[in-house]
Design a protein around this ligand. Structure first.
Ligand SMILES: C[S@@+](CC[C@H](N)C(=O)[O-])C[C@H]1O[C@@H](n2cnc3c(N)ncnc32)[C@H](O)[C@@H]1O
Length: 269
């Protein structure tokens, strides 16, 4: 089958070139899911944030699960029975997830989009969503969806600062294989990028006030993600050879030239 490299913008304003045919990312996530590659620092940290909050037989949802690599980190730290469901829109990741976890009885994977999760109301005790919000155009609908499907607790790991920034990383075919956009055409006549991915930063206030509007009785906490081992991030950025893999500058994580102060946003419903 011929794979189109023309930019495709979906109805949520997202350019889907980044993931749809991204074999390299699928391989990276698969190797982590089966334990060939080391755990990501963030999946260890997420498992530690969740560890004491998980109860026996909880149903846990991971939105933007890729190939279920966070499940490996959860399983190795949580010694209670629990059930894991991973959701991702892209078949290329889900196929690998189903191979990685084919003999596991407590996990399943569902194709779905955070803008309209194909899941029932209050079906999960705990939901988490890591490194997805930065790539979304609008985050209010995704917040509503997570709150709709969750009973007790939501943990969102994303980049947060005092003020918001809306950032588009612009692809061209000189450094990004999955686009046919040439450097000279990066932007259209209106100045909009043709193939892009969001790397947004959301303000504490924007997140807090929107969550309060959707779920007035919820309790919200931001935990700075300082849990990473700098050397491990540096070595994985070298080994994976992915363009713009996370690096460290001072005590902060950076992607390309963008500083990324990551937080775990904990919402108790
Ligand atoms: C940067 S990866 C993060 C993967 C993993 N959660 C982590 O933190 O390592 C973003 C993931 O979100 C998924 N994703 C992108 N757009 C999405 C959407 N609209 N709804 C749900 N997942 C989405 C991608 O397919 C990908 O698996």
């Amino acid at each position: 089958m011929k794979i189109s490299k023309s930019p495709i913008i979906d109805k949520h304003g997202l350019c889907i070139n980044e993931y749809k045919n991204n074999k390299n990312n699928a391989e990276v996530y698969f190797k982590r899911a089966v334990g060939i590659s080391p755990e990501m620092e963030v999946s260890k940290a997420m498992a530690n944030v969740l560890k004491n909050r998980i109860k026996k037989n909880d149903k846990i949802l991971d939105v933007g699960c890729a190939s279920g690599h966070f499940y490996r980190s959860l399983k190795s730290r949580i010694n209670k029975n629990f059930y894991y469901t991973g959701v991702d829109p892209y078949k290329i990741f889900l196929k690998k997830a189903n191979i990685a976890w084919k003999n596991d009885r407590n996990s399943n994977f569902i194709q779905g989009n955070i803008y309209k999760l194909p899941l029932k109301k209050k079906n999960y005790d705990i939901s988490f969503c890591s490194n997805v919000f930065i790539h979304l155009n609008d985050i209010v609908r995704p917040l509503k969806e997570l709150i709709r499907v969750t009973k007790r607790l939501i943990v969102i790991r994303t980049v947060v600062y005092d003020v918001s920034y809306k950032i588009q990383l612009v692809y061209n075919n000189k450094w990004w294989n999955d686009t046919n956009v040439k450097p000279i055409n990066e932007f259209d006549k209106k100045g909009n990028p043709r193939a892009f991915s969001y790397f947004n930063i959301h303000s504490f206030d924007y997140l807090r006030e929107n969550i309060k509007k959707i779920s007035p009785n919820s309790k919200i906490k931001f935990i700075k993600d300082n849990f990473f081992d700098t050397n491990k991030i540096t070595s994985s950025s070298k080994n994976e050879k992915r363009p713009l893999a996370t690096k460290i500058l001072g005590k902060e994580q950076i992607s390309g030239c963008i500083m990324q102060p990551h937080y775990f946003l904990v919402i108790k419903l």
